[in-house]
Design a protein around this ligand. Structure first.
Ligand SMILES: C[C@H](O)[C@H](O)[C@H]1CNC2=NC(N)=NC(=O)C2=N1
Length: 109
């Protein structure tokens, strides 16, 4: 499953379109043109189970978040290099998938 890199041309999502899409991703913020999400997990093991899962998914889809982590804290940043670091449909697709994983690994409501 994790050996097929799929790349499609990204499309910029900005302005009102982006605001509309973020309704479905209420825990993601836009900071300096990037989609940003911060998460606290219960412990180090859960944090790294999550990080392993998102790294495989990211690589499968050929799109990788910038990850900052410390013990049980993770910050994810997503943007698209070939679109001058703006947010694209691929960033949003990845954020949606990450959100499913976060739900599985945390008790966030
Ligand atoms: C060459 C390579 O496919 C590109 O640099 C890919 C890889 N991963 C990426 N990840 C993210 N977040 N944005 C990109 O634009 C991006 N581009």
């Amino acid at each position: 499953m994790y050996n097929k890199i799929v790349r499609t041309a990204p499309v910029v999502v900005e302005g009102a379109n982006l605001v509309e899409k973020l309704v479905l991703l209420p825990r993601w913020k836009i900071l300096q043109n990037q989609l940003v999400r911060e998460i606290q997990f219960n412990d180090f093991e859960t944090t790294w189970a999550f990080l392993t899962q998102i790294s495989m998914r990211s690589h499968l889809w050929g799109h990788h978040p910038t990850i900052t982590t410390s013990y049980n804290y993770v910050k994810l940043q997503l943007c698209t290099h070939e679109l001058q670091e703006k947010v694209s449909d691929i960033d949003l697709k990845l954020a949606k998938r990450f959100e499913q994983y976060i739900e599985a690994y945390t008790q966030e409501e």
